[in-house]
Design a protein around this ligand. Structure first.
Ligand SMILES: Nc1ncnc2c1ncn2[C@@H]1O[C@H](COP(=O)(O)OP(=O)(O)OP(=O)(O)O)[C@@H](O)[C@H]1O
Length: 920
């Protein structure tokens, strides 16, 4: 140890180790395959041969934590004992084995207990140095730093000084033995935030940092000699959580804090590994801020990355491996720290001890030398007179000095016992195999020294009361220190015994905590843990009885020290000490209970918070549901209102259109009548014209014959008269024909106007019918929509029920029949109008061509049935006796049907009086 002059300290890389854990039962049941495997110090992917990562050391699933400690952590611990800062931390996803590696359990102690054991072993192996150890234990929970050793130390702040970052106000306990340190960790663990997720029943919800501050100096040194001070940080990080980790409420919040801080750690590591002088975001999280000194300054760092080979976690494991790979590139400088300032507690204690020893020496000298200070007879007489005169005063002064000396002895004793030294050099062989036995090793200078015999971790728990036999303690401590010193040695023994009681209390706390954890684990596997639980219970009982014995011993010692010659003040102080010790024990007990209560309280609070969360969520959901329902019902009501308005508007429009339709029909009828009348008149006119033409022809012929007779001389008077009259008659006839033609032209114009009007009216009628059909369609679609809404919306609440009632109030309609787009009648009407037009044109053509009778022949031919040899009514298929020429040319009529044309509605009132009678 401390041969650092010969050691070549310098740049080192972070030591990066990977530790596989075996596949859990859960993973095996799920049918996971191994996605990663160990190949020497390489981690390889089972699925992709090109993916391989090399590390300083890779431990397979069968490796024990002892192997891991010996290979990668021991070096860091030894360095810390030499003054080189050391950090060991476990990194990995949740349930990958970080806590198993760092803390372990009763059967497989983790890196932290093994490091503590190692530290005390090293003290034992280093007789030339004395050490002072302090521990602190804190957690970073949701970015808040809490002191796990002091429940009052919550939300602590990080400060920075020349030496680096530190936590302000964190409690540091001086530790005297491995079990003392372990009991502090056990007490601290009780306060740590632990919760369960779907991967881990006892998942760490916070990062914990256990710091051992080690001071050491040479045993025989001057006040200006060097002191080394170093810190050993043992860190159990909380596990990163992926989306597969099913968490809600508080757990999710914790998970996000954990992930954020680990992400920052990843970024810091990545930046450091680049080796460039860029900005390192240490301040982005409390974790990196606290690790700043370790990551950027002097020291040794070992990173243990824990992974699972399971294929279901392949991606997360790959991320861990990449993180580890980056961390491997970081270089740090490992060199011991040397300090000589007031930061050294050991220095402070040593100085105080020296000072107090000098004071004690002075007092002693005063007490022993004063009676012989004067040898002169006169002085002797004077002194005697003075003594006689102030005997009482002297007496009390002596008593005061005695008290001061006792107090000083006590203080020296207390301070000295905090400094740990090896027992090997001065006490080797002088002690039997006694575990944890601390003894005063009084040197010639009456120096009180405690030494420790540090046993191995496995044995260290076997503290036995037989190790402290009352008489042996008395023997070893019954040192003649002169007047009034016997009670001092009794007081030492009481102190010693109290210290043992404290240690036992610590061990009981440690075992109680282990018992609690085992009992929790035993809930799942009762058989596996029964023996261990029984053993632990026996142990605890054993320790308790040891404590009782030691307490008895303290009482006895207290009584023994109550000698009659002891001054009242000393007795009082002993009684006070006794009471103080009892008070301390009670306080310790109370602390343990308070810790238990706090854990329960925290659990209760977290449950209450969870319940509150759930209630709030529930409330919110109900509110949302209510709002959604209200919104939906309001929407539906509004839609229905709109639809009903639309419906009434449509029905109004429909009525309007129907009225228009009727009007148009009436107009159409009127137009038709007009057209029919015009047609009849035209025919009449045509008849008359024909007659007139015929008469004209006849008259022309007559006039011609008269002319011929005149030529032949056979003209009679009457013939002459008639001959004279012919030009007038022709003239009259011509006049008549002309007027008839004018009339015809006028009528034709009227007819064409009527036709145009009729056409316009028909068009309007068509349009309105089309519009009516469209509206009918719209209305029908709306009814379909309403019907759909009615079937889709279950009547869940009040407002929705209202909707149903409203829709039910509507007249029931057959939706399929309601959807009747365009009336075929309107199409037919249009076709008929076209037909009428064509017939009129045909009529006109016939009229002008003079083949009028062809029409009658056509009609007859049309109705003539070859089979029956008769004219047949096309409506009733009876033999028709007569037929009428209708504008639509839809024929005809037998007697029963001779009321109206039954074929098309347009012709119903258009029966002409021109009836063609068929020969029977
Ligand atoms: N190397 C190992 N050998 C055997 N069992 C292991 C090993 N590593 C972990 N385990 C077991 O796996 C489980 C989870 O381990 P642990 O609690 O240490 O995970 P963790 O990484 O600390 O999880 P978290 O981040 O959630 O706190 C525990 O039951 C532990 O006993």
């Amino acid at each position: 140890m401390h041969s650092d002059e010969s050691v070549d300290y310098g740049k080192e890389n972070i030591s990066v180790t990977v530790r596989f854990r075996p596949m859990s039962e859960r993973e095996i049941h799920r049918g996971d395959d191994a996605a990663w495997y160990v190949d020497g110090d390489i981690v390889r992917s089972e699925f992709n041969p090109s993916v391989a990562y090399t590390f300083d050391k890779v431990f397979g699933a069968s490796a024990t934590t002892r192997n891991v400690y010996d290979t990668v952590a021991r070096n860091v611990v030894r360095g810390a004992m030499e003054g080189i800062n050391g950090t060991v931390f476990a990194y990995g996803v949740t349930s990958s084995g970080k806590t198993h590696t760092m803390h372990g359990d009763q059967n497989y102690p983790g890196v932290i207990p093994q490091a503590i054991k190692d530290v005390f072993s090293i003290i034992q192996e280093t007789p030339d140095r004395e050490f002072l150890l302090r521990v602190s234990y804190l957690e970073i929970y949701n970015e808040v730093i809490n002191d796990l050793l002091d429940p009052a130390g919550q939300n602590l702040r990080i400060r920075e000084d020349a030496q680096g970052t530190y936590v302000e106000g964190v409690k540091e306990e001086v530790v005297l033995s491995p079990s003392h340190a372990l009991s502090l960790i056990a007490a601290g663990e009780e306060h740590r935030h632990v919760g369960s997720n779907n991967f881990n029943l006892f998942s760490s919800r916070s990062h914990t940092i256990f710091t051992l501050t080690i001071e050491s100096s040479l045993r025989a040194q001057g006040p200006d000699d060097e002191v080394t001070l170093s810190q050993l940080n043992l860190i159990d990080l909380a596990g990163s959580e992926s989306s597969k980790t099913e968490t809600t409420g508080l757990r999710r919040k914790e998970g996000s804090y954990i992930n954020k801080s680990l992400l920052t750690l990843g970024t810091v590591i990545a930046k450091l590994s680049e080796g460039k002088a860029s900005h390192i975001p240490y301040r982005d999280s409390k974790l990196t801020r606290l690790l700043q000194s370790s990551l950027s300054g002097n020291g040794r760092i070992t990173l243990i990355c824990t992974i699972t080979p399971a294929s279901s976690n392949m991606e997360e494991t790959h991320n861990t491996l990449k993180f580890a790979q980056r961390a491997k590139r970081i270089e740090i400088y490992a060199a011991p720290n040397r300090i000589m300032d007031e930061r050294s507690l050991i220095k402070k204690y040593q100085k105080e001890i020296t000072k107090l020893k000098q004071e004690l020496l002075l007092i002693k000298r005063g007490m022993t030398e004063r009676p012989y200070a004067t040898t002169n007879q006169e002085d002797l007489l004077t002194l005697r007179q003075q003594l006689e005169a102030g005997q009482l005063r002297m007496q009390s002064r002596l008593e005061e000095e005695e008290q001061a000396k006792a107090a000083l002895m006590g203080r020296i004793h207390k301070l000295t016992k905090l400094i740990l030294v090896s027992t090997k050099n001065n006490l080797s062989g002088s002690f039997p195999d006694v575990a944890h036995n601390r003894r005063h090793s009084f040197a010639e200078s009456e120096e009180v020294r405690f030494s420790f015999y540090v046993q191995s971790y496995d044995e260290q728990s076997d503290l036995d009361t037989s190790s402290f036999p009352p008489d042996r303690c008395t023997d070893s401590s019954s040192i003649d220190l002169g007047n009034g010193q016997e009670h001092v040695s009794h007081s030492d023994q009481i102190d010693l015994t109290r210290e043992q009681v404290k240690m036992l209390a610590g061990e009981i706390a440690l075992r109680s905590s282990s018992l609690k954890r085992l009992t929790e684990q035993a809930a799942n596997h009762p058989d596996d843990f029964q023996v261990q639980i029984g053993k632990l219970r026996d142990d605890i009982e054993d320790k308790k009885s040891q404590m009782q014995l030691l307490e008895q011993r303290i009482t006895e010692l207290g009584e023994r020290s109550s000698y009659p010659e002891m001054s009242q003040v000393t007795r009082c102080s002993t009684a006070i000490e006794k009471l103080t010790s009892q008070l301390n024990e009670k306080a310790f007990e109370l602390e343990i209970r308070t810790a238990d209560n706090r854990v329960l309280e925290e659990q209760l609070q977290s449950k209450v918070a969870e319940i509150k969360d759930l209630q709030e969520k529930n409330g919110r959901l109900q509110q949302q549901l209510q709002e959604a329902l209200e919104k939906a019902s309001h929407q539906k009501i509004a839609e229905i209102e709109v639809l009903s308005q639309e419906r009434s508007r449509l029905s109004e429009e429909n009525n309007c259109l129907q009225m228009k339709n009727v009007k148009l029909e009436e107009e159409a009828c009127y137009a038709k009548d007009l057209a029919a009348a015009a047609a009849t008149e035209i025919k009449d006119l045509t008849e008359q014209i024909k007659k007139l033409v015929f008469q004209n022809t006849r008259l022309s012929n007559e006039a011609l014959s008269i002319t011929c007779q005149g030529k032949t001389g056979r003209i009679s008077v009457s013939s002459v008269d008639r001959r004279l009259m012919i030009p007038y008659a022709v003239q009259a006839l011509k006049e008549e024909v002309r007027s008839k033609r004018e009339k015809q032209a006028y009528l034709e114009q009227t007819v064409s106007e009527k036709q145009a009007l009729e056409k316009e009216l028909k068009r309007k009628l068509d349009e309105s019918k089309q519009r009516e059909a469209d509206l009918e369609n719209d209305l029908a679609s709306m009814w379909v929509l309403l019907a759909k809404m009615k079937t889709n919306d279950p009547p869940t609440s009040g407002p929705v029920q209202d909707v149903v009632e409203i829709t039910e109030c509507r007249p029931e309609r057959n939706v399929s029949t309601a959807v009747a787009p365009i009336s075929p009648q309107s199409v037919e009407s249009a076709a008929n109008i076209q037909k009428i037009k064509e017939q009129h044109q045909e009529l006109e053509r016939l009229r002008t061509s003079g083949s009028e009778d062809k029409e009658t022949d056509d009609l007859k031919a049309l109705l003539y049935d070859e089979d029956k040899h008769a004219h047949v009514c096309k409506v009733c298929f009876e033999a028709a006796t007569a037929a009428v020429l209708l504008p639509c040319r839809h024929f005809c009529l037998c007697q029963p049907c001779a009321v109206a044309c039954t074929e098309c509605p347009l012709c119903r009132s258009g029966i002409s009086d021109r009836i063609v009678t068929f020969a029977s």
